[in-house]
Design a binder for this molecule. Structure first.
Ligand SMILES: [Zn+2]
Length: 564
């Protein structure tokens, strides 16, 4: 599947919210689209919008895919005038301290460093094994159901659309959201998790329909560069345009999240991804930030508002070709290893309609640098027309270990699937547990046996994989840890490797993420207060979350700034 089609998968779904025309081109018009179009650019989520409480307010700019170094480069360039002006000059000799802001050093994302899992954790304060949202797509074995709010192995956009039409992320997120915990008037601009907020704004179809239709025609063309930056700007700036209308009509919220998904999508698609990303933030994002700040200033609300810049993950450039993109279909892709180990593999479809294909014994879900492999106890469903009971765990020796050994062999020698040779960094597996019990922590395959992560790292130091044991535990243990599979494959990747040695689980792109490396994992957490003092903000952050906060502390920091 081409890069273009993969890029389309999310863009179209997201833009469909604002423009039925683009969606119609892909022949997937649905009731949800019509419903959204009828409602226009604002959707009220509560019976009655909570009254505004007033100061102190919090305004969060959520930049998808903009890592800590990328954000710092933007600020240093001086070209993002609105952001630079808000922060003021850095204070020499005081790491992260600006005149009016504090940029917390060394903040790490959860694992996987991938969009849906990371945002859900950021806006709940809980790791993926507790939120239930372990990636851009995952298999909920207790429901025998595949979820793909941002499809990677599957091409259907139904769930991406339901994120906005039916608050899908609110349904699947198993812990309280930031908005529920804060219980103040909250607006969400385009962010996926909305449960507990008062309203969500999305791009206005009237303003962006024509542009999106033109872009959608371009997307049919398989030419390099046919996905233009304007498509993503339409998404990011369109949503902010709708938000400004809602502010004019209703006043500002006590808690506002402004989400920019377009910057991530553009980084995936742009041929020179990191440079393209920086330019996008310096222009498109910075101007949108300026517009929102101006709207607050006009209402005399800015001086009482804490302004945050956060992200879900960074980006690692990769090669946009079939060799480096580990796909979901075909004889030279990772699922073939499962077939050769004797498993019937679930077809890469959101819903398996064909009765004859429902007897699958293995499922894969892709997260860029990581892939989850879910296995059934295949002794209970041996015949092709048997449907496996996915509430039942697989067997360690008969189901899990044969798969681990098969991937290890494919990776070492190309056995079975020649194209897999040298593509994997680590293979994780763990003792299966029945649903209802907390899932066991992942262990690392050392070539002969599974060993605890800490023990493995003592024997094979990997300083490039940051805080691996703790972050893997957050993903894999807890009541929904089994949403991260029975076997987890980590692709070889990282900035320390030549471009030609980096791999990723997905269709073709110019950039991906998802790994425990610094480039994918280190995220900005900047707290600014217009006219405020950066040192005082540092003290506020430390008081709320300690000296070394992670992505999981951001909800806590926001609640503290709100005085909750
Ligand atoms: Zn993302």
């Amino acid at each position: 599947m081409s890069t273009r089609v993969r890029v389309v998968a999310f863009v179209v779904a997201a833009l469909a919210v604002g423009a039925g025309a683009a969606y119609l081109k892909f022949g997937r018009t649905t009731d949800e689209v019509s419903e959204l179009l009828a409602e226009g650019s604002e959707k009220v989520l509560r019976e009655r919008i909570r009254p505004s409480r007033g100061a102190p307010r919090v305004l969060v700019f959520a930049l998808d895919g903009v890592g800590a170094d990328a954000m710092e480069a933007v600020i240093r360039s001086g070209r993002a005038r609105n952001i630079s002006h808000l922060l003021g000059k850095p204070r020499p000799g005081e790491p992260g301290v600006y005149r009016h802001a504090y940029a917390v050093p060394g903040v790490l994302s959860i694992l996987p460093s991938t969009t849906y899992a990371a945002w859900t954790s950021l806006f709940t304060g809980q790791p993926a094994g507790r939120t239930g949202v372990t990636g851009n797509e995952w298999f909920a074995r207790e429901e025998d159901r595949f979820y793909a709010p941002a499809p990677v192995t599957v091409t259907q956009h139904t769930h991406a659309l339901q994120v906005y039409s039916d608050q899908l992320m609110g349904t699947v997120t198993r812990v309280p959201t930031l908005y529920e915990q804060a219980n103040v008037r909250a607006y969400v601009s385009l962010a996926a998790l909305q449960r507990g907020a008062d309203l969500v704004t999305i791009p206005d179809p009237k303003a962006f329909g024509p542009m999106v239709s033109a872009a959608a025609e371009g997307l049919d063309d398989d030419d390099e560069g046919s996905v233009s930056r304007e498509v993503f700007e339409a998404l990011d700036l369109g949503a902010v345009g709708s938000l400004l209308q809602s502010i004019r009509r209703r006043g500002v919220a006590d808690l506002q999240v402004v989400y920019f998904p377009g910057v991530d999508l553009w980084t995936h698609a742009a041929p020179d991804p990191l440079r393209a990303q920086q330019a996008y933030v310096e222009t498109a994002v910075d101007s949108a930030v300026g517009e929102v700040l101006a709207a607050y200033r006009r209402r005399n609300a800015l001086k009482d508002t804490y302004v945050l810049f956060v992200a879900d993950h960074g980006h690692t450039p990769v090669m946009d070709d079939d060799r480096h993109a580990l796909g979901a279909e075909g004889d030279d892709e990772p699922p073939q290893v499962l077939r050769q180990a004797g498993f019937r593999v679930r077809p890469p479809e959101l819903v398996v309609e064909d009765d004859e294909e429902r007897g699958y014994q293995a499922v894969v879900a892709y997260q860029g640098a990581m892939a989850y492999v879910y296995l059934a106890d295949r002794s209970a469903c041996p015949r092709p027309d048997d449907r496996c009971d996915w509430r039942r765990p697989p067997r360690m020796h008969e189901d899990v270990l044969p798969v681990v050994r098969a991937y290890d062999a494919a990776n070492r020698t190309g056995a079975g699937v020649a194209a897999m040779r040298g593509t994997l960094d680590l293979i994780f597996a763990r003792e299966p547990r029945p649903f209802g019990q907390s899932a066991a922590p992942y262990q690392v395959w050392d070539g002969a046996r599974l060993v605890p992560i800490a023990e493995y790292l003592r024997a094979h130091p990997r300083p490039d994989l940051l805080d691996l044991e703790r972050r893997m535990a957050g993903l894999a243990t807890g009541p929904y840890g089994n949403h991260a599979g029975d076997v987890l494959l980590l692709a070889r990747t990282g900035m320390h490797l030549p471009l030609a040695d980096r791999y990723y689980f997905s269709g073709r792109y110019h950039s991906w993420h998802g790994s425990p490396t610094d480039q994918d994992s280190r995220i900005p957490l900047i707290v600014a207060h217009p006219g405020g003092d950066g040192r005082r903000l540092r003290a506020r952050v430390h008081a709320a979350a300690g000296a070394r906060p992670t992505q999981l502390d951001i909800t806590r920091v926001i609640l503290s700034l709100l005085g909750r």
